[in-house]
Design a protein around this ligand. Structure first.
Ligand code: ASP
Length: 368
């Protein structure tokens, strides 16, 4: 009897707990429903970082570095970059719509950017110090953390496809140089001669970098080439219907790099990372620093072991950890719920995303 007479306290306590739990929510903006997008916000020190967008199924980047400036970018140039990013997103969208997985989607998106001479990957790749092209690419599958990569390839038209073949058809993760070129050809990928990758713009950048560094190689590839690297490395991240994550990155590297230099892009945990339950991430920027900072793996670890959300983990890596090592650049990082972070510390970063509802958004100007 006594027990029953005190039962009134149960609903009262429950009501109290509910009120206390609701208090923090009252002082915060309402969460956005999946499928909507939010404008990029680059919070100041101390402010909680907000994601770039929610409801995202696929995102791409076209590199970080010197920015396209609104004031001196013509309508045609702006359109060309936006079309390039949107074309990549549409290619990945088709794969996902047809029931393809996230790995196939990121490969399809990156291939489009590799074929576009505006971007520093595949056709349009930057030049090495000896006026050649050496390409790096990687892909990673979040479901089992399988990965494949190629480094320093000189004749593969689409290095990201070679990376996928390394993942799927070899017991290895990373093939480099001649062996990687031969592997790609043996597995049916189209081979090209070096002149396929040539563009006037990249040639001019090489000349500028060499002029800046006195006409020869300097230990740091020329201050201009490193500090003000032109944009163009490409990458993609995706989540499919099964919530499987994947990421891919492809690049020509950095203008005037030493022959044989390998950056972060083909290195799992540096330029590319995907792990179901945490994040799919692709990086762009000063590769040596992204390697030293294990950039993309650190985002995943901060989420997995530190309980951080994707926006705060990605922001910390780009704006604090890599900045402390002296490097600039950016990442696109997508969590399994479709929350996208796209922080960058460089002047600009080209990127875009596709929502589950089919909306395509491209960002080519800083702070856009
Ligand atoms: N991270 C690339 C590299 O160092 C370059 C870039 O993203 O622009 O090879």
């Amino acid at each position: 009897m006594r027990v029953r007479s005190r039962l009134w306290i149960v609903p009262v306590l429950a009501a109290l707990v509910a009120v206390v739990a609701a208090l923090p929510a009252l002082s915060q903006p309402a969460a956005e429903p999946a499928g909507t997008t939010s404008v990029a916000v680059r919070p100041g020190r101390g402010a909680p970082p907000r994601p770039e967008a929610t409801g995202v199924v696929l995102a791409v980047h076209g590199g970080a570095g010197t920015a396209l400036r609104r004031e001196d970018t013509g309508a045609r140039t702006e359109k060309a970059y936006r079309d390039g990013l949107a074309g990549a997103l549409r290619a990945g969208q088709k794969v996902l719509r047809d029931g393809g997985g996230s790995v196939a989607a990121v490969e399809a998106a990156v291939r489009v950017l590799e074929d576009d001479p505006l971007f520093n990957a595949g056709r349009g790749a930057v030049f090495t110090e000896d006026a050649g092209h050496e390409l790096d690419a990687s892909v990673m599958r979040g479901s089992d953390q399988a990965a494949g990569a190629v480094a320093g390839v000189r004749h593969v038209r689409n290095p990201v496809s070679a990376a996928r073949l390394v993942m799927e058809r070899t017991p290895h993760v990373l093939l480099a140089g001649q062996g990687a070129d031969d592997f790609a050809v043996r597995n049916g990928l189209p081979a090209v001669t070096q002149d396929y990758f040539w563009t006037q713009a990249r040639w001019d950048s090489l000349m500028e970098a060499k002029g800046h560094s006195g006409g020869g190689r300097t230990p740091a590839m020329g201050a201009k080439a490193v500090g003000e690297a032109a944009m163009g490395t490409v990458g993609a991240v995706a989540v499919d219907r099964g919530r499987d994550l994947a990421a891919a990155t492809s690049t020509g590297g950095m203008t005037n790099k030493m022959a044989g230099r390998v950056g972060d892009s083909p290195v799992v945990g540096a330029g590319t990372y995907a792990k179901n339950g945490t994040v799919a991430a692709s990086a762009t920027g000063h590769g040596e620093v992204f390697l030293r900072g294990a950039a993309t793996a650190t985002i995943s670890h901060l989420m997995e072991f530190g309980g951080r959300d994707v926006a705060s983990a990605a922001r910390e890596v780009v704006h604090e950890r890599l900045a402390a090592l002296g490097g600039t650049g950016g990442v696109i990082a997508l969590d399994p719920q479709g929350v996208l972070a796209a922080p960058y510390s460089s002047e600009g970063m080209l990127y875009g995303y596709l929502t589950a509802g089919g909306e395509v958004v491209t960002k080519v100007f800083p702070g856009e």
